[in-house]
Design a binder for this molecule. Structure first.
Ligand code: XIL
Length: 370
């Protein structure tokens, strides 16, 4: 579908065509609202979304997910900080709620994330520095505990998240994180090996951002990612897929270099890895104009990105980071100058489909089967 069409909320909730409900009002149409997950399944793809555990009890929120996705990932509940705010007191309630929801609705679940430099417990840096048996033991124990709990139930795990930061000035482009400081670059290998031990069936993913950037920073990030993956694979480390986050920034000059992303995907595939789009969204923070203009820019960004990644049969899934603008990290983290909420996801704040939903549907329909 090329043009976004007006959508009736009632039609979504009733699961029937807008035309039938509107009694033939001419500007309302019978759009193809076949759920995204059904369209994706036809292509051998999975469609997923990041979810907020405590919202799963909201029937309208849950209904959107049940309709459109067959995979969910908790946004923050499995990060080390929120999980273990107090040392040795692990709160799995959020992640368990997501696991229960996934099971009840026949969905797969992803784990995000075992090691990330951000959202870590306050006590962790000191603990790593003072560990009597060494910092490796602490990281292994964490991974064993968390991945072990969901053993056999996770489709995939973001084992290490955002370990690349060329700005930190290292020759290998790795981020100078607390894990790197404690253990050197081998912490990444250690994490993947521990995850494979804890959950031998899960696909183990290295997850990163900025692969679509056109700036020199993008080139450096792609290069550092490839070198890292090559090195890990060369040592027989169990890495199975690259997670491309896909936090797009349309309207920002140079933020989306699609040919460079395409070449990068091909190089990742040549390493023998599959690709997962793990956190897709597009902020309209730099887009001025009407809601229509903003929504069009966001939809176009998804189209351009999905065309490239879905053209590669090694791309096995697409997850958006959230499903509705009502609950999106974008509004807090990339506020618009006019203070309006950021409209970066398939459903608006009233849970009505936006042009970007149709852009996703069209991109999936146009993708080759895998
Ligand atoms: C974000 C969450 O959505 C927010 O709620 C939280 O405040 C910050 O983290 N890349 C990632 C995700 O890998 O974990 C981040 O999630 C978004 C960027």
């Amino acid at each position: 579908m090329n043009t976004p069409l007006p959508i009736s909320r009632r039609s979504f909730l009733a699961g029937t065509s807008a035309l039938a409900l509107a009694g033939g009002v001419s500007e309302v149409f019978a759009a193809d609202e076949t759920p995204l997950k059904v369209r994706a399944a036809r292509k051998g793809l999975r469609m997923g979304a990041e979810v907020v555990p405590h919202l799963l009890g909201d029937a309208a929120y849950a209904a959107m997910l049940i309709r459109d996705v067959d995979m969910v990932v908790p946004g923050s509940a499995l990060k080390w900080g929120p999980l273990e705010r107090m040392r040795k007191v692990l709160d799995f309630s959020g992640a368990d709620a997501v696991a229960d929801f996934a099971q009840a609705h026949g969905m797969a679940m992803r784990g995000h994330t075992l090691l990330w430099h951000d959202q870590i417990p306050k006590w962790l840096p000191r603990r790593l520095a003072n560990a009597s048996k060494g910092p490796a033991r602490i990281i292994e124990k964490h991974i064993d505990e968390v991945a072990g709990r969901y053993r056999g139930r996770m489709h995939s795990w973001d084992v290490v998240n955002e370990a690349i930061e060329p700005k930190d000035g290292r020759a290998d482009g790795l981020r100078n994180s607390l894990f790197l400081e404690a253990l050197g670059p081998d912490y990444i290998e250690l994490a993947f090996r521990a995850a494979a031990k804890a959950d031998p069936e899960a696909l183990l993913v290295f997850n990163e951002y900025g692969h679509e950037w056109g700036w020199d920073a993008g080139r450096k990030r792609r290069l550092a990612t490839l070198r890292l993956l090559e090195k890990l694979l060369g040592k027989g480390v169990p890495v199975h897929a690259l997670g491309i986050q896909g936090h797009l920034a349309p309207g920002m000059k140079g933020a989306m270099d699609m040919p460079a992303l395409g070449r990068f995907c091909d190089e990742v595939v040549q390493l023998g890895l599959s690709i997962q789009v793990t956190e897709l969204d597009a902020r309209d923070t730099s887009i001025n104009g009407s809601i229509e203009t903003r929504d069009r820019a966001v939809a176009d960004a998804y189209t351009r990105f999905l065309e490239v990644v879905l053209a590669r049969p090694a791309t096995k899934m697409v997850l958006t980071w959230g499903i509705t603008d009502r609950h999106s990290w974008l509004t807090n983290h990339f506020p618009r100058p006019d203070g309006d909420i950021v409209r970066g996801l398939p459903y608006d704040t009233d849970y009505v489909r936006k042009p970007v939903w149709y852009a996703m549907a069209a991109a999936i329909d146009a993708a080759p089967a895998r």
